[in-house]
Design a protein around this ligand. Structure first.
Ligand SMILES: Cc1cc2nc3c(=O)[nH]c(=O)nc-3n(C[C@H](O)[C@H](O)[C@H](O)COP(=O)(O)OP(=O)(O)OC[C@H]3O[C@@H](n4cnc5c(N)ncnc54)[C@H](O)[C@@H]3O)c2cc1C
Length: 384
């Protein structure tokens, strides 16, 4: 594992300034519901405006509607959006990972069909990995696709499928060949599945704060044509693992609660802060800066064509603990019982973080699993 220090180039700093200017015009303070990182809401029009600026599907090829930009350019845009608490929910998953895996593993027809609408922020994707009995041990998924005339019949249940109730498609990890020799990693495939397919039922699961977002997706003989098998049959595990690298190493894994610190400072502008607040700010800013540089390094590695699965896992493990620690320290510092309905933005953000914070170290892979990925990665390298 290596995290080579890196800095933004002058053109990258220019991009950062452009995004800040765009956000100051489009979403001035008070004009929108500022929210916590990727938990921010969905605003289709806002996503389309971003797309019109060329900031959705940035790193995808121009020939499919993308912009031939880099993972670092995307990092810069995403960091600004998340710091601003902007409503990125509509295009989030497609922009972060689905577009990239379709570009990498998909057929020419799949690229032509899916990438242009993703880049225009017209197509929203969900992630169909977890199942009622398969979360951390993802290779044990029991959703099964069996071959039929011209395609596959999909049967099984996915769970915790964020956004399935309002998104258009999801990528389903499923078993397309029976288990042989107990090797769970073989015989898995990824299918592109229309969330409005006949036989597919979406049941909402309210989140801890009562909001919709989570879903159970039950599939009974859902027909998926051959042309919607993503990548190579049986290579689902390897593809899925590379998808997780996009999912784990970005600013969304360390920025969820930083807005709370900013609001705390705004609220206390002009007052003298005590030692406990100074300790909090000092440690939060220094950890933030370290994580940011690690995460930026992951983006540079992606741009060099590397597959930083271990480094991404490290960023997520450290980043999500940081998000929770920041919250805990703020809660210890201020004497209040915040409610989601409070008139004060700071209190609303703290309340939302208390209710959603426990999920930070679960979603996208739990802390224990990430530590396992990192230690196995280090072990492998140590023996070569
Ligand atoms: C907010 C949120 C959004 C989500 N969105 C999606 C989504 O859109 N699509 C999707 O597919 N999934 C989604 N998930 C599911 C998420 O990926 C899983 O919850 C996660 O992978 C853990 O799986 P599990 O819930 O089955 O827990 P389990 O795997 O049952 O784990 C329970 C506990 O046991 C520990 N544990 C399990 N195995 C080991 C081991 N080998 N060694 C040590 N400890 C272990 C875990 O760390 C955890 O603490 C989401 C989850 C959350 C919280």
């Amino acid at each position: 594992m290596k995290f080579e220090p890196t800095q933004l180039t002058s053109s990258e700093v220019e991009l950062q300034a452009e995004v800040r200017e765009f956000l100051a015009t489009e979403l001035p303070p008070g004009s929108y519901q500022r929210a916590l990182g990727m938990g921010a809401g969905k605003d289709v029009e806002f996503s389309k405006k971003l797309a019109a600026r060329g900031w959705v599907g940035m790193a995808l090829p121009k020939q499919y509607g993308g912009h031939d930009r880099t993972a670092v350019d995307r990092f810069i845009v995403v960091e600004e959006l998340l710091s601003h608490g902007a409503p990125i929910g509509h295009h989030w998953v497609a922009d972060r990972q689905t577009g990239s895996i379709i570009n990498r593993f998909g057929t020419e027809a799949q690229r032509e069909r899916f990438l242009p609408p993703i880049c225009r922020a017209e197509l929203a994707f969900s992630i169909g990995m977890s199942e009622p009995d398969s979360g951390s041990d993802l290779a044990s998924v029991s959703t099964r696709a069996t071959q039929t005339d011209g395609g596959w019949l999909l049967n099984g249940t996915k769970v915790w499928t964020s956004g399935a109730h309002e998104n258009d498609w999801f990528v389903v990890l499923c078993r397309t060949a029976p288990l042989e020799d107990g090797n769970k990693h073989q015989g898995l495939s990824q299918l592109l599945v229309d969330l409005s397919s006949p036989g597919l039922e979406i049941n909402g699961i309210p989140f801890l704060d009562g909001s919709p977002g989570f879903n159970e997706v039950v599939m009974t003989d859902v027909f998926v044509p051959d042309e919607l098998v993503l990548g190579e049959l049986g290579m689902g595990w390897a593809q899925n693992t590379s998808e997780l690298a996009y999912e784990r190493g970005g600013p969304d894994r360390w920025l969820s609660t930083f807005g709370i610190i900013e609001e705390f400072l705004r609220l206390n502008e002009g007052t003298t802060l005590g030692n406990a607040a100074h300790d909090l700010l000092g440690s939060a800013v220094s950890r933030y800066w370290g994580l940011r540089n690690m995460s930026l390094t992951v983006a540079r590695m992606i741009d060099r064509g590397e597959a930083p699965a271990v480094e991404s896992s490290m960023v997520k493990e450290m980043g999500t603990r940081f998000e929770q620690d920041v919250l805990q320290k703020v809660v210890n510092l201020v004497d209040l019982e915040p409610t989601p309905e409070s008139a004060e933005l700071f209190e609303r953000l703290v309340a939302a973080a208390i209710l959603t914070g426990p999920s930070f170290t679960i979603r996208g892979g739990t802390t224990e699993i990430l530590r396992t990925v990192v230690s196995k990665g280090l072990g492998r390298k140590a023996t070569t």
